[in-house]
Design a protein around this ligand. Structure first.
Ligand code: SAM
Length: 256
């Protein structure tokens, strides 16, 4: 880490990140807890997990704190979010490894090396991927998760188009949650969080790198729950179903 980066209060940015994410997801901590409870039931005490599209490492932090014999590999393509995670968490006693890679390309697999893992966990992220990339990613997860291992995806996984009323209900709830947090509660949202961190002079180079490398990509037709389930079965996961749900915010569990 360069001298400039040593001056940054990473903890401050991580706390602001967690706060803004919880504005969108009032049940965010409960969702993490259910994911980790599932791991506690299904895996031995010592295991290796991947935190996929980790951002500043919310899953890695909670997982390694809860399971002292576990190791984790955190993967994301955003240099700023990775720097925050590394700044606060470091390697958590040599148990956390960070990989900077774009999940729409296969080079993250090369960086990962020839290993199989026991679990892959991801939150609020895979809706960013175009459907063909998501299906391809699930194929790769089917190869790197060992038989008996698990995949857990906590995200908005949408109702199908023939359930129009369900879709409208889920959207209305989401809109109301956002209003409650950001208009009534005056919490910082995603845009304002980025606007604020853009002012951090010490991060100038990393921010410029982020701008050079990519613009956030939003997928127009985000895949429905049924697409996730079908793609995971196709990738070799033998049991796939929702284990927790608040309207269309779910945890999908797939057992390899
Ligand atoms: C809303 S954040 C969630 C981060 C973290 N999982 C959490 O729950 O706090 C979405 C994350 O997905 C990452 N992401 C999106 N597309 C990606 C891609 N193609 N490759 C790697 N990371 C990606 C973003 O950089 C961002 O960190």
């Amino acid at each position: 880490m360069t001298n400039n980066l040593l001056k940054i209060n990473w903890q401050h940015w991580l706390e602001r990140w967690d706060a803004q994410q919880s504005g969108y997801l009032p049940y965010r901590e409960e969702r993490f807890q259910v994911m980790l409870d599932t791991i506690a039931y299904l895996l031995p005490k010592s295991f290796t997990a991947i935190d996929l599209a980790c951002g500043p490492g919310a899953i890695s932090q909670r997982l390694l704190n809860r399971f002292p014999q576990a190791n984790c590999i955190a993967i994301d393509y955003d240099p700023v979010l990775l720097a925050i995670g590394q700044g606060v968490l470091g390697t958590m006693g040599d148990r956390l490894r960070w990989i900077e890679a774009d999940l729409t390309q296969d080079d993250w697999l090369e960086q990962l090396g020839e290993i199989q893992v026991d679990a892959v966990l991801t939150t609020t992220a895979l809706h960013w991927l175009p459907i063909d990339r998501l299906v391809h990613l699930y194929q790769k997860l089917g190869q790197i998760i060992r038989p008996g291992g698990v995949f857990l995806n906590g995200d908005h996984l949408y109702f199908p188009s023939h359930l129009g009323m369900f879709q409208r209900l889920a959207k209305a709830v989401q809109t109301q949650q956002k209003e409650q947090a950001f208009s009534v509660g005056n919490q910082e949202d995603w845009e304002h969080w980025w606007e604020a961190i853009e002012q951090e002079a010490e991060l100038k180079e990393l921010l410029a790198e982020r701008h050079r490398r990519f613009q956030p990509r939003f997928t127009e037709n985000e895949p429905t729950l049924a697409i996730h389930e079908a793609a995971l079965r196709e990738a070799g996961f033998r049991e796939v179903s929702t284990i927790w749900q608040r309207f269309d915010d779910r945890i999908l569990l797939a057992v390899r």
